[in-house]
Write a protein that binds this ligand. Structure first.
Ligand SMILES: Nc1ncnc2c1ncn2[C@@H]1O[C@H](COP(=O)(O)OP(=O)(O)OP(=O)(O)O)[C@@H](O)[C@H]1O
Length: 229
């Protein structure tokens, strides 16, 4: 099995009842690449991200991560893979509002049974790195949208994932705040060599990526120009 790419979808199909969200989507993501996934609303972008991330199991064909078939793994193994190798940033609602910013960042490590002291020692520098050290003890429900998204980013990166999956990470933010979050996301990914799959509607956000693909009618097209027809 080829390990040239870190992550691949090969001819992936996925339906929800009568809705055929993916109809033979194929995509290859190189190591340390930042890939933007664009396309119209309802075209299958989020479904593709969920399949690549081992959240949804495709109805047909393959997802391969680092040379291993993900779609045939047990639910428990896919959960383990997501926890250990992947990080996630979504548009909304990822933080536990009652917990402080620092607790939220430490949470994935605590859930992975990292000793408490070590988890907090690992989490604190991420808040600092994302310009949030003054907000470490604030409850996340009290943060602004941009601050909350930076905490979510710190939480997604704290265990040094191999792949960061970001689904409209700036979708709820104003332009300037969104740019700030994207700069932090891209810089952190480049410094850590983390591969990024970034779903976005916004061409300005996609411009941060190394490459973009367009999803249309459940299939992935490799260049925007080929999507026009
Ligand atoms: N959990 C689900 N249950 C039922 N239908 C779903 C589900 N998830 C997605 N769909 C349907 O599958 C199709 C593709 O949805 P998906 O969310 O992947 O598109 P998208 O390109 O990410 O859209 P958007 O840009 O609007 O978020 C849509 O018709 C959607 O309604």
């Amino acid at each position: 099995m080829s390990t040239e790419f870190l992550l691949e979808a090969r001819d992936v199909h996925r339906a929800f009842g009568a809705t055929r969200a993916l109809r033979g989507a194929s995509v290859e993501v190189a190591r340390s690449e930042i890939l933007a996934v664009m396309g119209p609303s309802g075209s299958g972008k989020s479904t593709l991200l969920h399949c690549l991330a081992g959240i949804y199991r495709p109805d047909q064909e393959e997802i391969i991560f680092d040379g291993t078939r993900v779609d045939t793994l047990s639910e428990a193994k896919r959960t383990e893979l997501r926890r250990d190798a992947f990080g996630f940033v979504f548009q909304f609602g990822q933080l536990v509002p009652e917990l402080t910013a620092l607790d939220n960042v430490a949470l994935p490590l605590l859930l992975a049974k990292t000793p408490r002291k070590q988890a907090y020692a690992q989490a604190a520098p991420w808040l600092e790195r994302l310009g949030l050290d003054d907000h470490a003890t604030h409850r996340s429900g009290e943060l602004s949208g941009g601050q909350a998204q930076r905490v979510a980013l710190a939480r997604a990166l704290v265990h040094r994932p191999r792949v960061l999956f970001a689904d409209e990470p700036t979708g709820a933010l104003d332009t300037l705040t969104g740019e700030n979050v994207m700069n932090l996301l891209v810089n952190a990914a480049r410094e850590e060599g983390i591969t990024v799959v970034l779903v976005t509607h916004d061409a300005r956000v996609a411009a941060y990526a190394d490459r973009e693909i367009v999803v249309r009618d459940g299939r992935a097209l490799t260049t925007p120009s080929s999507a026009v027809a």
